[in-house]
Design a protein around this ligand. Structure first.
Ligand code: SF4
Length: 308
């Protein structure tokens, strides 16, 4: 692992990088996508079953957060950066992409414009200094990798695989590198800080989840799983074994069994932790004196594919 200093504040990884797949508005029950389990939602269930329900079943909207928006913006710039030819993927080029990518993001997700309104999460900052924060994260990226020495096979790659007698697994891999000898590296960017030693389990679970899906899709065991933490300039690498990914599959099946059991009982039990401070649903959580609304009619079938 390598380290560089960066002033960007610490962010819970789930909020910094995964909130983009939380809905901005209540989503209709009819959807063209079949029910599936992503690493983010599996991690939600492991953190708190009630949080999982609010996000994956009820699909309750969550207000945009400054941290999540910045993470999404940095991901967009890093994806776009690789459109440039080798030799032109410079820090300056990445910084030049920031304003345009921000405009594209706001156009696609108008809720991000709320961030800078008086009650928004970034109301105390002018847009320019907020973008400077994203620029610092991009600066950290260039201390960790040289994009002029990489030619990714894919960026923002949608992957999915159906487990026999289990859920459809899906996710989006930030970058997939394939070496001339066919060796696969799965890369994920994180705009937050790396976990402390001994607390890498959640991050590794997410990467092994992706590794498992890529392995099942392509029939090739990924050589490397790599997490690039832009918040503190660390890189976490793991070379997965077949055994580790089989264990991950067993764990995912266990999570899915627990989800279906909770759904059949209609009981998604809150599990309070220090991460509750970042939860957007305290007013509906009994742990905070709130009242949990009933599960919307048909949501378990539409969102989880369960006839309960
Ligand atoms: S406030 Fe905490 S216990 Fe309640 S739903 Fe959110 S994460 Fe779960």
């Amino acid at each position: 692992m390598t380290t560089t200093a960066d002033p960007t504040p610490a962010l819970p990884p789930a909020l910094a990088d995964d909130a983009a797949d939380s809905p901005a508005e209540p989503t209709p029950l009819r959807t063209s996508r079949p029910p599936a389990l992503s690493p983010s939602r599996a991690s939600d269930f492991l953190q708190c079953p009630l949080l999982f329900r609010f996000r994956a079943v009820d699909r309750l909207p969550e207000p945009p957060s400054s941290a999540a928006a910045r993470g999404t913006l940095v991901h967009a710039v890093l994806e776009r950066l690789y459109d440039a030819p080798l030799g032109e993927r410079t820090r300056e080029a990445a910084l030049d992409l920031l304003p345009g990518e921000w405009d594209r993001l706001v156009e696609a997700e108008p809720r991000y414009a709320q961030l800078f309104q008086p009650d928004g999460d970034a109301a105390d900052q002018p847009l320019g200094s907020w973008l400077d924060g994203a620029g610092r994260l991009l600066g950290t990226y260039f201390t960790l990798e040289d994009p002029n020495r990489l030619e990714p096979e894919a960026r923002e790659l949608y992957v999915e695989s159906k487990l026999d007698d289990g859920p459809l697994l899906r996710g989006i891999v930030d970058r997939l590198d394939v070496a001339p000898d066919g060796a696969i590296r799965v890369v994920d960017y994180k705009s937050g800080r790396s976990p402390r030693p001994g607390f890498e389990g959640k991050a590794l679970f997410q990467m092994r989840f992706y590794g498992l899906v890529v392995w099942r899709e392509r029939g090739v065991l990924p050589k490397m799983l790599q997490l690039v933490y832009l918040g503190d300039g660390q890189v976490l690498r793991a070379e997965p074994s077949e055994r580790e990914l089989e264990v991950t599959e067993t764990k995912i099946r266990g999570v899915w069994d627990a989800i279906t059991t909770a759904a059949r009982r209609g009981e998604f039990v809150p599990r309070p932790s220090k991460l509750c401070g970042w939860c957007a649903h305290q007013e509906r959580c009994p742990e905070f004196g709130g009242t949990t609304p009933p599960i919307p009619e048909g949501a378990l079938r539409a969102r989880l594919g369960l006839d309960v």
